[in-house]
Design a protein around this ligand. Structure first.
Ligand SMILES: [Ca+2]
Ligand SMILES: [Ca+2]
Ligand SMILES: [Ca+2]
Length: 372
């Protein structure tokens, strides 16, 4: 086993694979210009009085066919088909958001704004004019005022035309943020408003540094510390267990039997102290672990929550486990008032061979609103 693992380490060294993984940035915004105009513009004028909003040619309505049998008795149906309340007024602008009724920004790390480009469409028959926008607190036009950088909405919008708005979630705290985008406009007859609900799950983003053990220096994982018996390393494929993802995983190395190898990382939660004390943030932790074979060596994962003085207030603990299959452990909890630190502790205890064969990969710790 020692020879195999030494060769793996050598291979990693010569290729530099173990040190090459860069942290990815926050995902960028939506795409500009993908869907500004769809459908046939040639068909617009063919049936101006009966066309529904945003559609092309009017469909032969199923209802008309199906209802033929009943029409004799049902004057309401006939009236309704000639005066459908969902049809736009013949001489008005009708602005609509393609994303209506809700635009979900998804998970947005508090460290960087989420961004969405959205499309506004005029489904009416005359131009919308005097357009002005109102945005709620957490959400802003990106880069500039209305319509945001890269957006092209202006004061007016012609019938069947679309324009773009660029909106970002600008988080101030971890929360399920909700807001409303309103566009006020003159529809040719009177003032009108179109609105869009905006939601974003504002999170802390990933709190563990080097959570997949891809960044390594001299085969030791960056941002982690060895504070137990024996030694640790970044390890590539073995005969029995491969990294769960990427090119390497954390593995116990050489050291004594029946003693605890510990690889740990401290995470400063002070920036979230106020939210922790009011119980408005929950932390979701997950990690994968495996051993060389079932019953050979053991692993244990702990996540400690402690106060400013490093006094432990709460803990997630897998207890000692063994097994060759990668196994996921996860825990979500609202930490106790006063919590200011988290500490991830990965442990190995050797019962066989030269190496302490506990393997860890793909850790994560993210804070978000408790009800999310
Ligand atoms: Ca990995
Ligand atoms: Ca040690
Ligand atoms: Ca072993």
């Amino acid at each position: 086993m020692r020879v195999i693992r030494a060769l793996v380490a050598l291979a990693l060294s010569s290729t530099g694979v173990g040190c090459s993984f860069g942290s990815s940035g926050i995902a960028g915004g939506g795409q500009l210009g993908g869907d500004t105009e769809e459908g046939s513009t040639t068909g617009v004028d063919q049936a101006p009085t009966t066309m529904g909003p945003g559609t092309g040619l009017p469909n032969a309505d199923d209802d008309d066919d199906d209802d033929d049998d009943d029409d004799d008795d049902d004057a309401d149906d006939t009236t309704a088909s000639n005066d459908d309340p969902t049809d736009p007024p013949a001489d008005q602008a009708v602005l609509e958001f393609d994303d209506a009724p809700t635009l979900d920004f998804g998970d947005v790390a508090i460290t960087g704004p989420g961004a969405e480009v959205l499309t506004l469409h005029n489904a009416g028959t005359v131009a919308a004019t005097d357009m002005t926008a109102t945005l709620a607190e957490t959400f802003r036009f990106r880069g500039s005022d209305y319509p945001g950088s890269g957006g092209d909405c202006g004061d007016s919008l012609e019938p069947d035309e679309s324009c773009l708005l660029n909106i970002g979630a600008v988080p101030t705290e971890v929360a399920l943020a909700e807001g409303t985008l309103e566009i006020d406009y003159f529809n040719g007859v009177e003032d009108a408003i179109v609105s869009l609900e905006l939601v974003a799950n504002i999170t802390t983003g990933e709190l563990i540094l080097n959570p997949g053990f891809e960044d390594c220096t001299n085969f030791f994982p960056d941002h982690w510390s060895d504070n137990g018996a024996g030694t640790w390393e970044c390890l590539g494929d073995t005969d029995n267990v491969d990294p769960l993802s990427g090119a390497s995983m954390a593995a116990g190395e050489l050291g004594p039997f029946n003693d605890e190898f510990r690889l740990a990382q401290n995470i400063d939660l002070a920036a979230y102290g106020a939210q922790i004390d009011e119980g408005s943030i929950a932390f979701s932790f997950a990690a994968f672990a495996a051993t060389w074979s079932d019953g050979e060596d053991e692993y244990r994962i702990r996540l400690r929550y402690s106060d400013d003085a490093a006094v432990q207030l709460d803990m997630f603990d897998t207890e000692w486990q063994t097994g060759q299959e990668w196994t996921e452990y996860s825990d979500t909890r609202v930490p106790p008032e006063g919590t200011r630190r988290a500490r991830v502790v990965l442990s190995c205890e050797k019962s066989f061979g030269d190496y302490c064969d506990a393997f860890f990969d793909d850790l994560t710790l993210i804070g978000s609103a408790p009800d999310k």
